[in-house]
Design a protein. Structure first.
Length: 140
């Protein structure tokens, strides 16, 4: 079955997910080498998902805020800033952020399209969950 337009499929999708796994592994190795606290790592690993709070406003805003916290530019800037200024916590947070993005990509979670469909660049539309009214229609 061909993928939806704008959704990567086949070997490119496997490669993108493999790159996510590689990013996760590199971030873990660098974090361990840097000597960061593993408690901090565990506590902050899910922090980039704060971008999901944009969904409380609307699906398009949620897509933008999620994508902002799941692209490489913000953690890269934070990591560089921390490295240049010698701020260990910035380096740690940047590596944790990269690990989160790598983990998500390895799991097939991609950047969201703002159309509210739940479609990402790595997966198609999510199946719609039935509401109580649809289920009741079958029980008539």
């Amino acid at each position: 079955m061909p993928a939806e337009p704008g959704v990567v499929s086949g070997l490119p999708r496997v490669l993108l997910r493999s790159e996510g796994l590689a990013l996760l592994a590199i971030a873990l190795v660098l974090y361990g080498s840097y000597g960061g606290s593993w408690w901090l790592f565990l506590i902050l690993l899910a922090a980039p998902d704060i971008g999901l709070l944009g969904l409380l406003w609307s699906k398009p805003v949620g897509a933008v805020t999620y994508n902002f916290t799941h692209t490489y530019i913000p953690p890269a800037l934070l990591l560089i800033l921390g490295w240049v200024t010698g701020t260990a916590v910035a380096v740690s947070i940047g590596l944790i952020w990269f690990a989160h993005i790598g983990m998500d990509r390895a799991l097939g979670l991609g950047l969201n399209y703002p159309d509210g469909s739940g479609r990402t660049h790595l997966s198609g539309r999510r199946p719609r969950r039935p509401t109580g009214r649809e289920e009741a229609a079958w029980n008539v």
